[in-house]
Design a binder for this molecule. Sequence first.
Ligand code: TNX
Length: 529
Amino acid sequence: MTSRITFFFVLFCHLTFAQHTLPLIPTPKEIKPGNGFFVLNSETIINADKNSFEAQYLKEVINQEFGLNLEISQKATTSSKISLLTAVPDASKFTNETFYLSVDQNSAEISAVSNHGIFNGIQTLLQLLPIEKASVVKLPIVQIFDTPKYAWRGMHLDCARHFFSIDFIKKYIDYLAMYKFNTFHWHLTDDQGWRIEIKQYPKLTDVGAWRNGSMVGHYNEQKYDTIRYGGFYTQDQIKEVVAYAQQRHITVVPEIEMPGHAVAALAAYPQYSCTGGPFEVEKQWGVLDDVFCPKEETFTFLENILSEVIALFPSEYIHIGGDECPKTRWKSCGHCQGLMKAKGLKDEHELQSYFIQRMEKFVNSKGRKIIGWDEILEGGLAPNAAVMSWRGTEGGIAAAKEKHFVVMTPGSHCYFDHYQGNPQNEPLAIGGYTPVEKVYAFNPIPKELSSEEAQYILGAQANVWTEYIASPEQVEYMIFPRMMALSEVLWGTSNPEKYADFEKRMIQQFTVLEQKGIQYSKALFEITS
Ligand code: TNX
């Protein structure tokens, strides 16, 4: 133990943000490369509790990738071992996500104060193993002390515009884990599809999960078809995904859109609109006028839905949407105008704020918090709400100044549905241009914020809207390699001036993706004039 304490002391005193060529993304906060290797063999033991998920995960990946079947045992009978220790000499330097990884000639040791830290350390260890399939399975001698800067390191996926299977959702979670993301924002409802089974309202999925249009064309070209398209997740499948993510230390934040982007729900239950319908699940993209009507029965309907959602997802935050809600119907709805008068609301923006605040009260009563797109600032922010800033960073800045938590997702840097290369060489996308280098230059903390206000920036996330993304392969193509850049930004070790160093490591990671059969964009290699 004494030697470990000395080791830590020396490490903290001497580790620097050294240049290294190890293929790590995100690059660690502190790293001290050594000389030589620890060569793993069939005698190597994973020194950990047999029941530890982390140990089993490590064993499984090493077995899959290298055909080495390591024994997990707490009694190491050999000096060749990988130890996973949830005890550290100086716990005050560790958050739940911090880890220390040390590799010497005979062994590797990951120590942390929680299994999340161990899991992060395992991801780094796995990146240190040979990239090319090799007969010698070895780890470079190194010492790493690592800890993330931001608490919310997220990736979103829109499963409403296009539906993705549970198997792919699990893969997506694996990709998040590989690059140390910790939040999966699951966009489950929109005008074009309702994707989550709600037992009390079966028509939400019987009707709302299906549309007559598979929509693979460009909306400007009106290439709509009438093919029945859809799908949904049963509550059992949702539980399976949440558990799968939980094991990998990823929080799943569900999004149920309101009051806008609600046409699929209204096609099933038109009584919760202002006009009474009828409606069809939408097959065109865009922002639609028919939205939830702020009637008592609508609030009850939404509360009942959220009760089932809250029971399925243990996340601190429930995303209630809030974006792009045209006020057209509310303006010509007698009930809405009467409600505004009765409550002293001066315009429809205040009515939207009233709507969100009612939902917030309900979610808070269940011990959870709401997060919503930055339109929830309009007409007054609900008292405990967090804001996801997508129309630039302005909404996030305003919310942080009002002491509300913020997740930055500005379209300029975080929209992975945008092009990442020359549109002529890229598959059809929604528009925009967000190459990997631009993502890498993103700073989630705008300069307008004081250091105290900056404390409210929880982190950032990339949004993957799928109007133009119809297959798992294309999701992969759109997220890779941009999510690598975002991972380093969120870990807090990106340095845009050293983009070339990041690029080198990213290109090393391309081999990993290729070996796993994962698609990625090669726009980076385009010759630009
Ligand atoms: C805006 S971002 C939307 C989505 C679209 C996206 C396309 C946000 C909160 N709303 O409904 O899919 O643009 O980029």
